[in-house]
Write a protein that binds this ligand. Structure first.
Ligand code: GLN
Length: 198
């Protein structure tokens, strides 16, 4: 089993290190052919506009979208969450658009642009949450609240009433950065998701 980490821009090394700590083989995904040999993919934080543009220029956007739609497990943090979102608030741009949510970019304003706190994330108790110029999830899109639907969105965590983590059958989307903490539990949950699909 190999997990790819999209390595075009941003904080990909931290995800690699965390997966390697769990004994997982990782592949840096930099070109289209790298998508062929992976069982799951991490979309790291960084700058979503830059990452989206590079995915387009390298002809990777469409193949990656198709793989995720076909069930490839994906763990997305921050900018990665923006890449996955079906809608971006106040912006006509979309990138992979596989996750039926609306995200709001740089949603906490200048004063609160970076902060940390802790909360339960699904069944994981007291998880450390690190936010850096983070988005939040303004809405779960229509139809996706239906738990019987295959792309039902489950809310994992809210902070101050705002949704900051969700999952579907094969996508985990987080507004915060577990890779910048010592807590490996979310990466372990992702590895379990990848194993269950293979
Ligand atoms: N603000 C960034 C964006 O819009 C995301 C920040 C991050 O990934 N830490 O892409």
């Amino acid at each position: 089993m190999k997990i790819g980490v999209l390595s075009l821009q941003g904080a990909f090394l931290e995800h690699e290190k965390m997966l390697q700590r769990l004994g997982i083989d990782t592949v840096e995904v930099r070109q289209r052919k790298d998508l062929d040999a992976i069982d799951g993919i991490v979309l790291p934080g960084g700058e979503s506009t830059v990452q989206g543009q590079l995915l387009r220029e390298l002809d990777m956007l469409e193949p990656l979208r198709q793989k995720i739609q076909a069930g490839l497990p994906v763990l997305a943090t921050c900018a990665g969450l923006i890449l996955l979102a079906e809608h971006i608030a106040d912006d006509p741009t979309t990138h992979l658009a596989t996750l039926p949510i609306t995200v709001k970019r740089n949603a906490y304003g200048r004063q609160l642009s970076s902060f940390s706190t802790a909360a339960d994330v699904g069944r994981l108790k007291d998880f450390p949450l690190v936010f850096i110029r983070a988005p939040y999830i303004a809405d779960v899109n229509k139809g996706a609240e239906d738990e019987t639907s295959t792309d039902a969105v489950q809310v994992l965590v809210r902070v101050d009433g705002k949704i900051v983590g969700v999952r579907t059958a094969n996508q985990i989307g987080l507004a915060f950065h577990p890779e910048l903490t010592d807590d490996t539990r979310l990466h372990e949950a992702f590895v379990a998701m990848v194993k269950s699909k293979n």
